[in-house]
Design a protein. Structure first.
Length: 292
């Protein structure tokens, strides 16, 4: 029974990593860029959710939607200002820029807000324990899991059933051919950043409610773990990011349950090292030769 409880906790945590990993994998799939500022968009979403709840007295879902909307706009601004001018530059230039943008957001937030952490109010989501077949499950974990799954289903619908989604898949497959077919590549890339950033904003609010404490540097470790989750599933593959995130959350929860809670953060990077040694293409990826 303890194992089932840890499994539920792990899936709830993993759903947060999955939402974050989706942003990494979508951007990489289209522009072949690892957006290391993505974890900081997650942090901005957490703060927007916090101020929505404490200042404007919004409920969970209005705060979630506001954070997603603001982070979508923020993601597009980052792409237009920092990445678009480097569209044809070397990959290392874009990567260094991504790290620079990440640091700028972190320390810009510290300058505006201060370095002190904030705590989400405990009454944002009603919390009670539900007993199912002898297993005690937190209602908050279930609601977080449900919200994350709905957002992932909406993303799958957008990618496979809408005009924007078809354009994203076309640009991912061959940007030049897509441009010749009349698809606006720049607009499609902006839409990708908007969707990925909106999911990061949602993950930030969910993380804040789940862990209570937020601070301007909170995006670093979850951002890196989400990157590991994206690589685990196969970078550039959307279902892979979902599975990778959930799997990583379960691994972390089981490591903590076995009494190795100090190794919890390290477990993600051990998984990454083993993956790069034995299956560098990820669980859903294919081995493709790539010129650098």
């Amino acid at each position: 029974m303890e194992f089932v409880q840890q499994l539920v906790n792990g899936i709830s945590l993993g759903s947060i990593y999955a939402l974050l990993a989706l942003g990494y994998t979508m951007v990489y799939g289209i522009v072949k860029l690892i957006n290391f500022a993505h974890g900081d968009v997650f942090m901005v979403g957490a703060f927007i959710g916090f101020y929505s709840v404490t200042v404007f007295h919004f409920g969970f879902f209005p705060a979630l939607l506001l954070a997603m909307a603001v982070c979508a706009v923020f993601g597009v601004l980052i792409e237009r200002i920092a990445y678009k001018p480097l569209r044809n530059a070397t990959r290392i230039a874009a990567l260094i820029t991504a790290i620079g943008v990440s640091l700028f957001i972190e320390y810009g937030t510290i300058y505006l807000h201060g370095a002190q952490p904030e705590a989400y109010p405990s009454n944002v989501l009603p919390e009670k324990n539900i007993n199912i077949f002898g297993v005690t499950i937190n209602s908050q974990s279930l609601l977080i899991l449900f919200t994350s799954i709905v957002l992932m289903i909406v993303l799958q619908f957008i990618v496979h059933r809408t005009k924007v989604g078809k354009a994203m898949r076309a640009v991912s497959y061959d940007a030049e051919a897509a441009r010749l077919m009349g698809i606006s590549v720049d607009r499609t890339i902006s839409a990708t950043f908007a969707i990925g950033s909106a999911l990061a904003g949602a993950a930030g609010v969910i993380f804040g409610i789940y862990y209570t404490k937020i601070d301007p540097l909170m995006g670093i470790i979850p951002g890196l773990k989400a990157f590991v989750a994206a690589v685990l599933g196969g970078i550039g593959i959307i279902p892979g990011a979902m599975v990778g995130g959930l799997l990583l959350g379960v691994i972390e929860s089981l490591v903590s349950a076995m009494g190795f809670s100090l190794w919890r953060d390290g477990a993600a990077f051990i998984v990454l090292i083993l993956l790069l040694i034995f299956r560098p293409s990820g669980l859903f990826g294919k081995n493709v030769r790539e010129k650098v």
